[in-house]
Design a protein around this ligand. Structure first.
Ligand code: IMP
Ligand code: MG
Length: 179
């Protein structure tokens, strides 16, 4: 597995340090707001588990599972495999995501959740790849762990063909591993 990693982009220590910083900011911003923290499966699982333990405020956990189909024409349509179970109307909602890439997924998730009329809706993404944003995507993340260059990364929850999610760091995959 690790022989297919070209370069470690973010070490475990760098990730944990940033999550500690974000935890302090989010705990302040959501104090007395009883937020519902929604994780977008599956990529967010590792980040979610670490992030939630840095929030020293009352909060509830919810998950939604989506899947994006990127055809050769990059239409990038998104489907919901499993919606959240809780009623979020009138609640403060924070979405956690692994990566903000073209913006298709988060634009879809944002609209889907806004239709449920939360009191507020913000997005926290571990990674942001602004260079990959699709034209027309106006949504921005409210909290960003790291802005990264345009490379395909795996680990810390992120996959290539469902593998590499269990690497403890974020690494750039060797091009020959794409075959
Ligand atoms: P979007 O392009 O912003 O809609 O991102 C869609 C999804 O593609 C993300 O939630 C990730 O699961 C996946 N993705 C985007 N970039 C990468 C990457 O560099 N490595 C692994 N998965 C990625
Ligand atoms: Mg994902």
């Amino acid at each position: 597995m690790e022989e297919n990693i070209q370069e470690i982009l973010l070490t475990e220590a760098q990730i944990q340090k940033r999550i500690n910083e974000l935890g302090k900011i989010l705990s302040e911003d959501y104090r007395d707001k009883n937020p519902i923290i929604i994780g977008v499966l599956k990529g967010v699982v590792v980040f979610y588990a670490d992030m939630i333990r840095r929030l020293n405020i009352p909060c509830q956990m919810e998950f939604m599972w989506i899947s994006s189909y990127e055809g050769t024409d990059s239409t990038g349509s998104v489907i919901i495999k499993q919606d959240i179970a809780a009623d979020i109307e009138g609640r403060h909602v924070l979405v956690l995501e692994d990566i903000f890439d073209t913006g298709n997924s988060l634009t879809f998730v944002h609209k889907h959740l806004m239709d449920k009329k939360p009191a507020s809706l913000k997005i926290c993404t571990l990674l942001d790849k602004p260079s990959r944003r699709k034209p027309g995507v106006t949504l921005e993340a409210d909290y960003v762990g790291f802005t990264i260059p345009n490379a395909f990364v795996v680990g810390y929850g992120l996959d290539y063909n469902e593998y590499y999610r269990n690497l403890p760091y974020v690494g750039i995959l060797k091009p020959e591993a794409y075959t």
